[in-house]
Write a protein of this length. Structure first.
Length: 267
């Protein structure tokens, strides 16, 4: 491979950032190419569907890492690709309902509370060690895709008829917490490129969706001297983070025309 396929498919650096879908095309073209070197490819996928009733204690964390390097990766003098891809997704659904319950002779209450949590983390390449590329035109490619979706539904209902001097209450609370993080390349160690025309690309996509629904209903039919109260509360907390390249270590580019690109999309 005399030229980097990534550079051949990018009209300009600005074009790369304004057209995110090109990343998938570049990924496909790079990996299908027959090159006289090695392809270090690691995929990790995590997908969880959970239906939760009542209150889960903590946010469920789902982690996917394409490459987790705590030691050393070294390529030879050929044209090599180090490619890590992490895909993590979680779906959390919580449902709760309550009907009228007699607390005492003059008090009737229906209370419902539910919480849906989703915590997702995807890492394309997690490097805490050292990555050394040789003399060829090498590519270090980290792709992370993380998505989380949580839905909470809480229903409370009190319907009374032909009662006197009775207090009827209903309350419903629904809480949704969604935390989604995606990092294309997380470098806490060292990345050293050789003498060739090398490219370091980190791509991250994070998407989060939260929905909370509540309904409280209290009815008094043909009741004298009675009171009715209905309360509903819904809380949605969504936090998403996408980082193309998160570098807290050292990146050294060697001789040659090298490119470092970090791209992140968040929704």
């Amino acid at each position: 491979m005399s030229k980097n396929l990534l550079l051949e498919n990018i009209l300009s650096i600005d074009d790369f950032f304004t057209i995110p879908q090109r990343v998938l095309e570049l990924e496909k073209n790079s990996l299908k190419c027959q090159i006289p070197g090695s392809i270090y490819q690691f995929d990790d996928k995590s997908h969880v569907n959970s239906s939760l009733v009542n209150n889960p204690d903590d946010i469920d964390n789902y982690l996917a890492m394409g490459i987790d390097n705590n030691n050393e990766i070294t390529t030879d003098k050929n044209n090599n690709i180090i490619y890590g891809k992490g895909i993590s997704s979680a779906l959390s659904i919580a449902l709760a309902s309550a009907e009228a319950e007699f607390i005492s002779d003059c008090i009737v209450a229906a209370n419902s509370q539910t919480t849906a949590n989703a915590g997702v983390l995807a890492l394309g390449i997690n490097n805490l060690g050292q990555i050394n590329t040789g003399r060829g035109d090498d590519i270090i490619f980290g792709v992370a895709d993380a998505s989380g979706n949580s839905t909470a539904d809480s229903q409370a209902e009190s319907i009374l008829s032909n009662v006197t001097f009775t207090d009827a209450t209903s309350s419903s609370v629904a809480t949704v917490n969604v935390v989604v993080d995606a990092v294309g390349i997380n470098n806490g160690g060292k990345i050293n490129t050789g003498k060739g025309n090398d490219i370091i690309v980190g791509f991250a996509n994070a998407s989060a969706l939260g929905n909370a629904t509540t309904n409280s209903q209290t009815q008094l039919l043909f009741s004298n001297g009675s009171t009715a109260t209905a309360n509903s509360e819904s809380v949605v907390i969504v936090d998403s983070l996408a980082l193309g390249i998160n570098n807290t270590g050292v990146i050294n580019t060697g001789e040659g025309h090298d490119v470092i690109i970090g791209l992140a999309t968040n929704s």
